[in-house]
Ligand binder design. Sequence first.
Ligand code: ZN
Length: 59
Amino acid sequence: MKKDFEKILSILTCPKCKGELRLIETWFICYQCKLKYPIKKGIPILLIEEAHRLQPDER
Ligand SMILES: [Zn+2]
């Protein structure tokens, strides 16, 4: 499943800043906005309302 996400990662962008996303475990992370978007049941939820704030120790 991770392989599939790596394929689509190049076409996914952060809904807030349209920037690049990184795939870390079960999150798509935007380091510019310091937000992380969950992957629920195999579906990336790229909604600002669903995003979590990155903790300062996460990178
Ligand atoms: Zn962003």
